[in-house]
Write a protein that binds this ligand. Structure first.
Ligand code: FES
Ligand code: FES
Length: 151
């Protein structure tokens, strides 16, 4: 066990865990931030996507010991009132089906728009290709990202 100080969604948190604990389990089990989902556990599906200093990162393969002073943002901290342009576009296009992959999808999309506010279709496809949706909502995800980019 070791003690770690984390900055998550603008707030400081202290946790005592094994240094090899993936940050996904720290978020979900220790801090009850369960918006970030567990899918594959091997950095292949994107369900666990969070931001590390604004960059989309897979939480399932990232040990807490690697976080250091980097700031974490989860879906709970993306916007204060769930009014990020992507969240509004997600509602407008009625994107989710079962919803399981959607927090990860939105976090990947938010990182994309931060780096590239007006992405082409190819750029959207390339940025989102690591986020798997077993329900097949890809077409609506793409439309929602395009809508959010124009907001
Ligand atoms: S659970 Fe992390 S990428 Fe699948
Ligand atoms: S909405 Fe069901 S997995 Fe994507």
């Amino acid at each position: 066990m070791a003690s770690f100080s984390l900055k998550i969604n603008g707030k400081k948190h202290q946790v005592d865990v094994d240094p090899s604990t993936p940050i996904l389990w720290v978020l979900r089990d220790h801090l009850e931030l369960t918006g970030t989902k567990y899918g594959c556990g091997i950095a292949q599906c994107g369900a666990c996507t969070i931001h590390l200093n604004g960059n989309a990162t897979r939480a399932c393969q990232l040990p807490i010991s690697a976080i250091g002073t980097n700031e974490i943002t989860t879906i709970e901290g993306l916007s204060e009132n769930a009014d990020h342009p992507l969240q509004e576009a997600w509602i407008e296009h009625d994107v989710p089906q079962c919803g399981y992959c959607q927090a990860g999808q939105i976090m990947s999309a938010a990182s994309l728009l931060k780096q590239n506010p007006n992405p082409s279709e190819d750029e959207i496809a390339s940025a989102m290709h690591g986020n798997i949706c077993r329900c097949g909502t890809y077409t609506r995800i793409k439309k929602a990202i395009q809508t959010a980019a124009q907001a």
